[in-house]
Design a protein around this ligand. Structure first.
Ligand SMILES: [Zn+2]
Length: 261
């Protein structure tokens, strides 16, 4: 390692904030540099969630920074530093690890975001508006709207989830239907299904499911697929890491610690 490699922590933090347009989001957690560590970063570990296991994997690899989609310090969580929270923080502080978290800004980014990247993997084409932005709906405009590239059936999309995401999806609805309009939002966005229905979608894809989704699907004829919270949110942070490696003289490793939920 020489002094010519890597990037100053502040420079990286500023670039990430600007590129992901962090200031534009009202979120349930702080976005950006959440825990300050070393002032210079050469080795970066990325992952979906800043769990104790991911932090430990980063320490084992002598990383200088961890960048995740699910960071720390969520609204409504118990602010006391006890138990798992203490152990996570202790790992970061003891090893001078920088911890960056990007929640909604990483869902929404038009190129590297979770929704953009999931669409690519499932063969879903967003509807692009005249101003070059994707057509969106739902709370905070988090739900993407588009169509399948090949007139796929619900079954085809479910098969693609199995092969590409390596996840058994929960599918409610007619497997032989060919949805003309598809809505999708990664992660725990099952509560946005009614927004997708209002926007005219024939199929709504998200990560998690809740009991009402079943009834909504049956009573509206809009198919519903839950493809896993973790499984649908691997790809934004992966794409962001690739962009970082192209932008700065840093090593980036994505670590996928599987989570069945
Ligand atoms: Zn999430």
């Amino acid at each position: 390692m020489t002094s010519t490699t890597g990037v100053a922590t502040q420079e990286l933090a500023q670039w990430l904030d600007a590129t992901l347009n962090v200031a534009a989001f009202k979120d349930y957690c702080p976005n950006g540099l959440q825990v300050e560590g070393k002032t210079h970063i050469t080795r970066i570990v990325t992952g979906v969630t800043a769990s104790e296991a991911l932090l430990q994997a980063a320490v084992d690899r002598h990383a200088d920074a961890v960048i995740v989609h699910h960071g720390w310090f969520w609204k409504n969580e118990d602010p006391r530093v006890r138990g798992p929270k203490r152990r996570r923080l202790q790992l970061a502080l003891k090893h001078d690890l920088n911890v960056f978290g990007f929640h909604l800004p990483l869902d929404a980014h038009p190129e590297w975001g979770n929704n953009a990247q999931l669409g690519l993997r499932l063969g879903l084409s967003p509807r692009w508006n005249a101003d070059g932005k994707p057509e969106l709906c739902g709370p905070d405009n988090l739900v993407w709207l588009g169509h399948t590239q090949d007139g796929n059936t619900v079954q085809d999309i479910a098969d693609r989830i199995r092969t590409t995401l390596k996840r058994e999806p929960l599918v409610i609805g007619d497997l032989n239907a060919r949805p003309a309009k598809v809505a999708w939002c990664t992660g725990g966005a099952q509560g946005f299904m009614d927004a997708a229905i209002d926007a005219g979608a024939d199929l709504y894809i998200t990560g998690e499911a809740s009991e009402p989704n079943y009834h909504l699907a049956h009573e509206t004829g809009v198919a519903f697929i839950a493809a896993g919270h973790h499984a649908t949110e691997r790809y934004g942070i992966l794409a962001l890491g690739q962009a970082l490696a192209g932008q700065f003289d840093v090593q980036v490793e994505f670590i996928d610690l599987d989570n069945p939920i």
